[in-house]
Ligand binder design. Structure first.
Ligand code: F6P
Length: 358
């Protein structure tokens, strides 16, 4: 008997169901004696032994369905070693559930925080296999995460829609794009949507350069400017502050999000009207795009292969369009940022996009 535990953890994204389907189809194509334990709402389900017994049928018809059939939750890594309100040691509880159910392995689908915990469980002796999910595409060790392309599609669609209304008005439109501390979604959606200015966390902006770019467009007879700003974008002044100083400053300013801060700065320095659009969680919603369906199916199938090989302790990732096994110890705790020196930045600049720097 092969006993597999499975959970989805952290913020959801498109293609989580497709990836789990890939794992289960892959395993069930080779083995009949499989038990699948679906832990509910991420690590919480493993901690409190809350699971559903699933069969391959439960994974049929979910390739195109957004969200996750297992539910998810955020269980911050830094709190994993902190006992819960009843004094329960969460790490010991997870190990206990795993051993009590006599699991052969645990399949974990998640992003950065999830991978830190997955690696800790590996260090504690559990057999763990992970899959890289996040719209942010910030996981180290893989060229691509599933969810990313679907989010880019949605953010691009938002910018496209803003374009038509922008052509009717002489305004500055700011579209705030998700991505946490990295700018992958903003960069790709910004280029795909034909944004005039792209503001990324990795390239701290100079507001005077942003304003110059807006004024230049106006002087050239262009009625509007579209800015794609990453939710983690930061000014060059703020980038010099310590974490503590920055936190104190942000708390004082009380902007709902970065788009409001940028809007106020622009409004102070230009005579243009500014409008803000925040697509927010729509970027994680809906059906996965075809690219993500293919990627997650491949990753899931490759995870099944690793499990059938009994080769644990890996995240499945993409390298040059091949699926590879990346040691969890190498993935955990590292972020994959946009490299400001990469050619995509130069190419975008060649087409007239400003990144808010000289
Ligand atoms: O990590 C995915 C993500 O959507 C980020 O882009 C965003 O910063 C965050 O999750 C939002 O988290 P929550 O759903 O907890 O508000």
């Amino acid at each position: 008997m092969l006993r597999i535990g499975m959970l989805t953890s952290g913020g959801d994204c498109q293609a989580l169901n497709a990836a789990m389907r890939g794992v289960v189809k892959g395993i069930c194509s080779k083995r009949d004696d499989v038990e699948i334990y679906g832990f509910q709402e991420g690590y919480k389900g493993l901690i409190y032994s809350n699971f559903k017994m699933l069969t391959s049928r439960d994974f049929s018809g979910i390739l195109t369905v957004g969200g996750t059939i297992l539910g998810t939750s955020r269980q911050p890594f830094k709190l994993m070693r902190v006992p819960d309100e009843n004094g329960l040691d969460k790490v010991e509880a997870m190990k206990h559930t795993y051993h009590k159910l006599n699991l052969d392995c645990l399949v974990v689908l998640g992003g950065n925080g999830t991978h830190k915990t997955a690696n800790m469980l590996r260090e504690e002796g559990l057999h763990v296999i992970t899959l890289p999910k996040t719209i942010d595409n910030d996981l180290w060790g893989t060229d691509m995460t599933f969810g990313f392309q679907s989010a880019v599609d949605i953010a691009t669609d938002t910018i496209d829609k803003i374009h038509t209304t922008a052509t009717s008005h002489s305004r500055v439109f700011i579209v705030e794009v998700m991505g946490h501390k990295v700018g992958w979604v903003t960069l790709h959606a910004g280029i795909a949507g034909g944004a005039d200015i792209i503001m990324l966390p990795e390239i701290p902006y100079d507001i005077n350069v942003v304003v110059d770019a807006i004024n230049k467009r106006k002087a050239a007879g262009k009625k509007f400017t579209i800015i794609a700003v990453a939710e983690g974008a930061i000014s060059k002044e703020d980038a010099k502050l310590s974490k503590k100083e920055l936190k104190a400053k942000k708390e004082k300013q009380k902007y709902p999000s970065v788009a409001y801060e940028v809007a106020e700065k622009i409004q102070k320095k230009t005579d243009q009207e500014v409008r803000i659009t925040v697509p927010g969680h729509t970027q994680r919603g809906g059906s996965p795009c075809p690219y993500d369906r293919v990627l997650s199916t491949r990753l899931g199938a490759a995870a099944a292969e690793a499990i059938l090989d009994g080769d644990y302790g890996y995240m499945l990732g993409v390298k040059k369009n091949d699926i590879v096994r990346v040691p969890l110890s190498e993935v955990a705790g590292k972020l994959k940022y946009v490299d400001p020196k990469s050619s995509i930045i130069k190419e975008a600049e060649m087409t007239g996009i400003s990144f808010g720097i000289k």
